[in-house]
Design a protein around this ligand. Structure first.
Ligand SMILES: Cc1cc2nc3c(=O)[nH]c(=O)nc-3n(C[C@H](O)[C@H](O)[C@H](O)COP(=O)(O)O)c2cc1C
Length: 152
């Protein structure tokens, strides 16, 4: 089968998407800041509704903060404790009606960009999830000092 003249086997994007899978156990390999920057550049190319770009990111590398972050979600997020980096995706609802869609697309770009650099990654859902005492969203905003206008 041909996609715009290129055979599937030669299509690097197809190969990358076919290879990508969620990875929840990590080695102690360090991700260079320059690679994180390239991954974030890819995230910033994601389409955004009306071109409003209501999405902001926080990159966490500090082990203690990552551990504290893991406890902001009761179930299904503890794998981040072993990660070298965590990228928190946030939207500003008053800047874009479709901030959830925009965040999801940017997050998908991040997963693909990580794959391109051969780093395992996994989406951890925060919206509509609960932490120790409050919503995951509130606990993360408290932990990271994120302004109220943003949703995680
Ligand atoms: C919206 C969304 C939320 C997800 N939430 C979590 C999560 O909280 N924890 C987790 O370990 N994986 C989560 N995942 C990863 C999915 O479980 C995973 O993509 C799915 O099982 C398919 O596996 P694959 O990514 O290896 O193809 C989420 C994926 C998406 C798209």
């Amino acid at each position: 089968m041909c996609i715009r003249g290129e055979s599937r086997m030669e299509n690097r994007l197809y190969e990358m998407t076919a290879r990508r899978c969620s990875v929840r156990r990590y080695t102690d390999e360090h991700i260079e800041d320059a690679v994180i920057e390239e991954i974030m550049k890819a995230a910033l190319t994601a389409p955004a509704s009306f071109g409003h770009h209501p999405i902001e990111f926080v990159v966490l590398k500090d082990k203690q903060t990552i551990k504290a972050m893991a406890s902001c979600k009761r179930l299904g997020g503890s794998q981040i404790i072993g990660a070298d980096a965590v990228i928190v995706t946030m939207g500003k609802p008053d800047r874009g009606e479709f901030w959830i869609e925009d965040s999801a697309i940017a997050s998908s770009y991040i997963l693909l960009a990580a794959e391109q650099y051969n780093f395992g990654a996994c989406w951890v859902q925060i919206r509509n999830r609960i932490g120790k005492r409050k919503s995951s969203d509130e606990e993360i905003r408290e932990l990271l000092g994120v302004p109220d206008a943003y949703a995680v």
